[in-house]
Design a binder for this molecule. Structure first.
Ligand code: SAT
Ligand code: MN
Length: 600
């Protein structure tokens, strides 16, 4: 084994080589292949995956360079119940994370990894999160037995020989080990060892469970490193908004998975705003790494280089930019295959096809029902596309700026039918941190579990914070104190419903109307009413040109219902109580102040 590894080793980083050998000894692959990230390698891997059925090549004319992948039926979303933070002290993981002692976790997973790659190749995938050479960036190495993972990582990260070169002979890196093993749910674990900067993922082949640069490194390990090193890893899109005559302003927004981050990151200006000449630049759709710049401002980098976006409901109306982005060199996961080699999902452009092969690989026709009489979906609700950000029509080369983009506003938001108004602005940074900490949202198909159930999801980080959330909020508070020019913090809710259960706000591109007000506030303009929860726009302040929305609905959208807020405060208190003494006093103070404002 030793020889086979060393023959083609393209690095003189001894620690790295040694670790790869050790992991190969454990997993016992037939071959160890170091990935260089080249075109030639990509072609070779695609061919191999097509020959085994791991990938299906799509219509060469209509979708050049595109492939379809079907994951196992029991492996279609992140598994939060099987995701662990493995710190020496349980309290360091905190009450919102699953915890396992590191030694127990290594032992349990070793038993599954042992021999798991027999008959397969182990790919060594060097990747960099963030522009190579930037002070924001972090290097990881993922060892995997999945070509699907290698090809996705090639899109989602800067991957290959350039990363090994940047690592040199002694650079630091996060160690990632992944094996599909036998894809059994009862032998599946996503384990994080922040104290060793190590990630072990076994028994899954799906998205956020296995693309270790994404949620595992860029958020869970990243958030841990961020606290130690004085920066922040957040579940946020990054968007540039350009108004003629002024410099581009950048905002970040934290929404839970499958709540519209990708759509907002690529939003097309609606009528009225288009006439004013607004332009949008997409820097990132899922993750932001934030540092305090020499200029005293918060600066953001998108550590990723691709999108892993939701397909259900994505079409030329809801997100035309995404549709243009995924027309070539993209990987589609768990969608319907049409006879002509193109793909379809619920909510895609056009009528449902009359026939096709569904995401499970079975023949499909519209209107089909299962034994329980439930409709059979053509695509899984959490079906995804993977596409390079460089193909996005709103791509900006600011994305490669090693010092990041300056952030003017931070926006929090959830999917919450009631309670939160369309938009409100926090009174200051400390209050804004509390606004993020009390976020609540309904569960989506992005994680295994009951869809629709409301849960507290502070900063949209509940599945992704790699340490005790009480310490995380303390870190946020400290960052605010260090910032000379802290961004203003806002909260939005696109998902309010009226008495008839219909959404009150049209959402999608019209969300930019709200962002316009947010940027006016950043500039010290934009009229607002001071309410118990924060500053809310006066109902005539949003530019509603071309929008068919009556004054009554607008009023309802911006209303603060004291009774609902007081009822929600009770739920907040139960949630915060789990953190005991570790909860920062500032959070308690802000909550108490809100109660006072609501009752006087
Ligand atoms: O599955 S991923 O974690 O990559 C996508 C998401 O849930 O946000
Ligand atoms: Mn996400």
């Amino acid at each position: 084994m030793r020889k086979a590894v060393e023959k083609s080793v393209p690095t003189n980083h001894q620690r790295l080589v040694h670790w790869v050998e050790e992991m190969a000894k454990l997993c016992q692959p037939d071959r160890v292949i170091w990935c260089d990230g080249s075109e030639e390698e990509k072609k070779r891997l695609e061919q191999e995956a097509v020959s085994t059925g791991e990938l299906i090549e799509l219509n060469k004319e209509k979708l050049p360079g595109c492939f379809l992948h079907r994951s196992a039926h029991n492996d279609v979303a992140r598994v939060e119940g099987l995701t662990y933070i493995c710190t020496c002290k349980k309290d360091d993981a905190g009450p919102t994370n699953n915890w396992m002692a590191p030694r127990e976790a290594y032992e349990k997973a070793s038993a599954i990894f042992r021999g798991s790659m027999k008959g397969r190749a182990m790919y060594v995938v060097p990747f960099c999160m963030g522009p190579i050479g930037s002070e924001f960036s972090k290097i990881g190495i993922e060892l995997t037995d999945s070509i699907y993972v290698v090809l996705n990582m090639r899109i989602m990260t800067r991957m290959g020989q350039a990363v090994l070169d940047a690592l040199g002979s002694d650079g630091g890196f996060t160690k990632g080990l992944h094996s599909k093993a036998d894809l059994r749910m009862d032998r599946r674990f996503i384990l994080h060892f922040p104290e060793d900067s190590t990630i072990w993922s076994v028994g899954s082949g799906y998205g956020g469970n296995v693309l270790l640069g994404k949620k595992c490194l860029a958020l869970r390990i990243g958030s841990w490193l961020g606290r130690q090193e004085g920066w922040m890893a957040e579940h946020m899109l990054i968007l540039g908004i350009e108004k003629p005559g002024s410099p581009v302003k950048y905002v970040t927004a934290a929404f839970p998975s499958a709540c519209g981050k990708t759509n907002l990151a690529m939003v097309v200006p609606p009528e009225g705003l288009k006439r004013k000449g607004y332009k949008i630049w997409t820097v990132g759709d899922d993750i932001a790494w934030l540092r305090i710049g020499d200029d005293g401002r918060l600066r953001a980098v998108n550590p990723e280089s691709g999108f892993f976006g939701v397909l259900q409901g994505t079409n030329s109306k809801t997100n035309p930019i995404a549709i243009l982005t995924m027309r070539r060199n993209s990987i589609f996961t768990n969608v319907l295959l049409r006879p002509d080699g193109t793909v379809w999902w619920e909510g895609a452009d056009g009528e449902p096809p009359t026939e096709g092969i569904d995401w499970r690989g079975n023949p499909w026709r519209p209107g089909m029902k299962d034994e329980d009489g439930k409709p059979i979906f053509a695509a899984h609700p959490n079906s995804r596309f993977t596409a390079p950000i460089s193909q996005c029509p709103t791509y900006t080369d600011k994305m490669e700026d090693p010092s990041g983009v300056p952030i003017s506003a931070i926006i929090f938001g959830g999917r919450h039918a009631r309670v939160a108004p369309l938009v409100y602005e926090s009174f200051n940074w400390q209050h804004g941190v509390y606004v993020g900490a009390q976020m609540a949202s309904e569960r989506t198909a992005a994680q295994v579990g009951k869809v629709g159930e409301v849960r507290r999801d502070p900063m949209a980080m509940i599945p992704f914070c790699g340490y005790n959330m009480a310490d995380y909020w303390r870190h946020w508070l400290q960052m605010g104190r260090k910032l000379k020019y802290p961004p203003k913090i806002f909260h939005v809710n696109w998902f309010q419903t009226g008495k008839d259960g219909q959404f009150l706000w049209p959402g999608f591109r019209d969300n930019l109307r709200v962002l316009e007000w947010i940027l006016e506030r950043v500039d010290g303009e934009g009229d607002a009413d001071e309410t118990a929860v924060g500053y809310v726009p006066r109902s005539d302040r949003l530019d509603l040109t071309g929008l068919d929305l009556d004054q009554a609905s607008m009023k309802e959208l911006l209303a603060v219902d004291r009774r609902e807020w007081l009822a929600d405060l009770k739920l907040q208190e139960e949630f915060f109580a789990q953190f005991g003494d570790r909860l920062p006093q500032e959070i308690t103070d802000e909550k108490d102040n809100l109660r006072k404002r609501l009752t006087t």
